[in-house]
Ligand binder design. Structure first.
Ligand code: SF4
Length: 341
């Protein structure tokens, strides 16, 4: 079956396996909680069965994904072993495709040839930034040009392409980050992910932070940058499928995330603030609203309009001196529309 925009992803972690060195912000073992670099076939089987248990009755498309390392940087024998194991689940009809993340500088013609006989459906590239100075400071060991070349090569394949960028890296600014977005948009990826930089225990960045040589983005600065990045991608037809790292036990541990804008519902907060901004503009545009106001949104956007713990509603009532605020839904509206009456 064709893989939909939002498949069920079964993440199988290969923490920092295939990485030529450690990027400054990275400590995948701490984040993923994975014990060793490579999963055994039993680990993979258990993971698939665990996740297939969550699957809703209707098939939504399922991909097994090798995350947390540099997949194409692994030795060929290991790449084949992992792909062979994952392919068994495709053959058995339990999953629909294989996905992995990799560094741009490992996307080369011979590696792509190696993949061609496997049911790979999606490739995600860790772009992080399109500014060579920021990449250098992050210890990435590749350039923006490597990303452009990698996407060009991947465009010759049938795989869906996802590009991951980061905010708040050392030397990065909101302006540079927006430029990164503007540089990857013409590469026409199928989707993007945005990861704010966190200070993870055991990473070289944690040491810089301790020495006072790195200051992470504040949550406010991060959210306001994300509120600019998301519409930029959307206007260009590129969905942002995730903002912030997936919540895990490791990330909820303050000994693991030492500093930085981490929130398990970061994406929800960003979209909620965007809806709040739209509602404020609509309410400010006309004469002062009366004591009773009705706001109508698409059914899927209801909780975003309410905001986390209904903070948006409280804020609107206070700001515009509204006594009763009704929230209604109308499925003919777009997900971002806010109708005020
Ligand atoms: S960020 Fe990616 S490439 Fe860099 S060390 Fe971590 S897993 Fe490897």
């Amino acid at each position: 079956m064709p893989i939909p925009a939002k498949p069920l992803i079964i993440p199988v972690f290969i923490p920092q396996a295939g990485c030529p060195h450690g990027c400054i912000f990275c400590n995948q073992r701490a984040i993923t909680g994975a014990a060793g670099p490579l999963p055994t076939s039993n680990d993979i089987r258990l993971r698939v069965h665990e996740f297939l248990g969550y699957k809703k009755a209707a098939r939504i498309g399922v991909e097994l994904s090798f995350y947390g390392g540099n997949f194409l940087g692994l030795p060929e024998k290991i790449i084949r072993e992992l792909l062979d194991q994952a392919s068994e689940f495709v053959k058995a009809g339990q999953i629909d495709g294989i996905r992995f993340s990799t560094r741009p500088d490992t996307v080369e013609a011979d590696r792509l040839d190696l993949l061609s006989s496997y049911p790979v459906s999606t490739v995600e590239l860790g772009v992080q930034s399109m500014d060579d100075g920021v990449l250098r400071q992050a210890g990435r060991g590749h350039t923006a040009e490597d990303t452009t070349k990698a996407v060009r090569l991947l465009k010759k394949t049938k795989y869906r392409i996802g590009l991951q960028i980061m905010t708040g890296l050392p030397g990065d600014t909101a302006l540079l980050c927006l430029q990164t977005a503007r540089k990857i948009i013409p590469l026409k990826p199928d989707f993007a992910r945005i990861y704010p930089t966190l200070v993870i225990s055991g990473s070289p960045l944690a040491e810089l932070y301790r020495q006072g040589r790195y200051a992470p983005q504040s949550m406010g600065a991060c959210i306001s940058l994300l509120k600019n990045l998301v519409p930029l991608f959307k206007e260009n037809g590129i969905p942002v499928i995730r903002m912030g790292l997936q919540a895990s036990d490791g990330l909820d541990d303050p000994a693991v995330v030492i500093a930085g804008p981490y929130h398990p519902a970061l994406g929800h907060i960003v979209y909620s603030e965007m809806m709040l901004d739209t509602a404020i503009s609509a309410l400010s545009a006309g004469p002062p609203p009366g004591q009773t106001v009705t706001i109508t949104v698409h059914p899927r956007s209801l909780s975003r309009m309410q905001g986390l713990n209904k903070t948006n509603i409280a804020m609107l009532k206070q700001r515009f001196k509204i006594e009763t605020l009704h929230l209604k839904t109308d499925s003919s509206l777009d997900a971002d529309d806010v109708r005020v009456g």
